[in-house]
Design a protein around this ligand. Structure first.
Ligand code: SAH
Length: 225
């Protein structure tokens, strides 16, 4: 899968994509990451990407022309396997299910907003959809795009070493992940549940399911409803 990131801060992604499974996935060819500098698509001396909102109000908006030019240059042709996603606080809420849904595309292009946001024509006529990573306001779409790329990338075949580890996880079956422990079996007097120390795999499986249910009921009852 190929991920495109359109941003006024290309260096922003140096950090998030240079570590762990995303970096390894890119290194071994399970995924491709391409960061595009929006300013490359400006045509004036000052490389202007923003302008004041019509009707007044604070702040600036990303102008439509460089965004349309950039997307049309990156993808001269739009196909059903290519999806343009505008990061936006007013978008559809991103969840693990949406991450799985995005696996159907061959390429994703993320438009990272800045300032007070983006000219509405981008949402209406350029993006296929708007996604939000939660009910709070970020100063830019870059962090949100990195969150989405990370969670989609780790679902791609070969990116996370053991495919099962992305199946038995929080939200995959409507439950949170079950609590887990590692050695030592006793630490400062706190003991690991006895059942996990024995080798009875059927018992362990049953115990984990129950523990996941209890944890979900306690912390995220909305998931059970
Ligand atoms: N005025 C806007 C916020 C603009 S924040 C509003 O009130 O909704 C600047 C940019 O950050 C946005 O264009 C968007 O790309 C990004 N952003 C902010 N919050 C986000 C969120 N919760 N999810 C995804 N992107 C977000």
């Amino acid at each position: 899968m190929k991920f495109h990131l359109l941003t006024i801060f290309p260096a922003f992604f140096d950090g998030p994509f240079q570590h762990g499974v995303v970096a390894r996935g890119a290194q071994f060819g399970s995924l491709e990451l391409k960061v595009h500098d929006l300013r490359k698509y400006t045509h004036d001396l000052h490389r202007t990407v923003d302008d004041r909102p019509f009707g007044g109000g604070e702040g600036m908006l990303l102008k439509p022309e460089p965004l349309f030019d950039a997307v049309e240059d990156i993808w001269p042709e739009r196909t059903p396997q290519r999806r343009v996603i505008l990061l936006s606080a007013s978008g559809r809420k991103f969840t693990q299910q949406v991450a799985r849904e995005l696996l159907q595309y061959e390429e994703l292009l993320f438009i990272c907003g800045r300032y007070e946001g983006v000219d509405e024509r981008v949402a209406e006529h350029l993006a296929d959809e708007e996604l939000s990573i939660g009910d709070y306001v970020l100063s830019g779409g870059e962090l949100a795009a990195a969150v989405i790329v990370d969670s989609v990338a780790r679902l791609l075949p070969g990116v996370v070493g053991n495919a099962d580890s992305t199946v038995n996880e929080s939200f995959e079956d409507g439950l949170l992940d079950c609590p887990q422990w590692t050695r030592p079996a006793e630490f400062r007097g706190w003991k690991v549940p006895e059942v996990l120390l024995g080798g009875n795999h059927a018992e362990i499986k049953k115990w984990r399911k129950q523990a996941a249910r209890e944890k979900t009921a306690r912390f995220r009852p909305d998931l059970l409803a």
